[in-house]
Design a protein around this ligand. Structure first.
Ligand code: DX5
Ligand code: ZN
Length: 218
């Protein structure tokens, strides 16, 4: 389905070669580049911060989709916006003042994304619908690539698409996307699929053709 965007997560790329990995995966058909920022506090893993994002941004010709798995979020919004984030996504679970966070993200000139952990219901999303450009439904517990898809989230996405109605809001799915799980989510109403291990497996910057095959298989 051409209207569905594939956003490879560089969490599964070679960390010593992000520039070349991004150029390879874009040449192989990636629509967006998904950048996972982890703080070792909100999630039990560490990746990188704004300086690395700024370096990565120079190699992205599509959309830089920054997923913040950090708490607190607000003190860092300006820095990630300046680093070149096009979409900046914060977790609903990261703080008590999500409305303020989303306002600040838009105020910094980014599209505002809201991510929901698998355990989080949709009730708290209702009064944020006019504040978001994207809702990211996590289909794994955030922190690591290569985890198993949580099937209960298919029904959640179907209900979320109903809630959204004709508002121009993307539904992004993050975690465990494979050629088997992807169609369940696009049928339920998702239009952006993040995929890390399923895109980068079997390829490398010197042999990038598998990236393209993997993207087309999703
Ligand atoms: C998980 C990250 C995901 C992850 C997806 O915490 O937010 O973006 O890299 O990896 P896969 O596609 O391997 O589940
Ligand atoms: Zn992510």
């Amino acid at each position: 389905d051409r209207s569905v965007k594939i956003a490879p997560s560089i969490l599964s790329a070679d960390f010593a070669n992000f520039g070349q990995e991004i150029e390879a995966v874009e040449a192989q058909g990636a629509d967006w580049i998904h950048v996972d920022v982890m703080d070792g506090h909100f999630v039990p893993n560490l990746t990188f911060g704004p300086p690395m994002c700024a370096a990565i941004a120079k190699h992205i010709n599509t959309v830089m989709d920054v997923h913040l798995m950090i708490a607190p979020v607000d003190p860092y919004i300006e820095a990630f916006a300046e680093a070149g984030a096009d979409v900046l996504t914060a977790h609903l679970e990261a703080g008590a003042h999500t409305h303020r966070t989303l306002q600040a993200i838009r105020g910094a000139g980014c599209k505002a994304g809201l991510a929901l952990n698998p355990a989080t219901g949709l009730e708290e999303v209702e009064y944020l619908l006019d504040m978001v450009d994207l809702i990211c439904v996590m289909t794994v517990n955030p922190g690591f690539g290569g985890q198993k898809f949580i099937h209960s989230q298919v029904e959640k996405v179907r209900r979320l698409r109903e809630m959204i109605g004709d508002r121009p809001i993307h539904i992004e799915i993050d975690g465990g996307i494979t050629p088997e799980t992807a169609p369940l989510m696009t049928q339920a109403g998702a239009d952006v699929l993040v995929a890390g291990s399923a895109v980068f497996k079997g390829g490398s910057v010197s042999d990038p053709a598998p990236y393209g095959e993997n993207i087309r298989a999703i």
